[in-house]
Write a protein that binds this ligand. Sequence first.
Ligand code: 1OR
Ligand code: 1OR
Length: 313
Amino acid sequence: MSDEEDISGPPPSARGRRQSVCAEPFNPNAVEDEDTPKVVNPKTDEQRTRLQNALKRLFLFKRLDMEQTSEVMDAMFERKVTAEEKVIEQGDDGDNFYVIDGGKFDIFVNEKNVGSYNEEGSFGELALMYNTPRAASIVATTDATIWGLDRATFRRIMLVAAFKKRKMYEEFLETVPIFSSLERYERMTLADGLYSEKFSDGATIITQGEEADKFYLVERGEVSIKMQKDDDVKEVAHLQKGGYFGELALVTKKERAASAYAVGDVTLACLDVGAFERLLGPCMDIMKRNFTNYEEQLVKIFGTSLNLTDVRT
Ligand code: 1OR
Ligand code: 1OR
């Protein structure tokens, strides 16, 4: 079941689109800094509490065990930033990874503002993960407080524990048609929020009429969507790898419109509702457009209509 119940910090909100993150292949096993000494930056109780709160919201830290979490927390250091200060300069070598404690930041790629962070989230992981120059500049737009983590500790602990998932889902997400409009970086942050669930042949994944809490992608196997109307049960869709379902109730804020069953052994990549709303904004239009297909199908199969138009705006 889900191990991602909490809400993570959001990814940056995108302003412009269409540029990619250039990166060498990621190999979490090639961690060259294994023997680096432990870093300890002493903290007051007040600082520890604030740091804990900032980390709690991030998916990346949920993959760490207690020992790893405490090592990362020991190593992190507080940094105060003033408005307009450039925290990261595109093209520089990567030194630290940062977690936002408070404050707002703009993201620039080639001088173009491509997004922002609002009081939460993290940045500066890419250069440390892939040994590449900084992919973007990060500029504070208010006075702010951030927590830094040095490169060696980041690579030794976070890289293996936290970023394996990006690698694991990266290739799969590239093959999912609905995500073809996402930036590579957006797919990476999406991977941070995904978790896999397995179902055996015939198992019920979604029950029509129930409340919705997550969204699903078919990673492996097939899924049959069946709808019941009065005494009539019909298969309304049959999904394969790369297909998605469970979006309708999350978008319309209604109960599940149909049931979903595993056909053969099935692995699904799941996204909880909070992450769905934050991370899939860019795909929402495509999903809503597809509701028209649902309506047309519905008329064909059951000879009846269902008003989904109010959510298509
Ligand atoms: P970094 O170490 O390369 C800059 O240093 C950081 O900016 C980077 O890690 C990310 O943490 C963060 N593309 C690349 N890096 C981004 C992006 C981004 N947004 C934040 N960072 N894009 C914006 C997506 C909304 C894609 C832009 C085309
Ligand atoms: P959900 O959150 O309502 C059930 O949970 C999921 O089944 C639903 O999201 C959709 O992802 C999927 N055609 C194809 N897929 C459907 C349909 C559908 N209804 C639900 N799902 N319809 C056309 C049927 C003839 C019904 C439209 C209401």
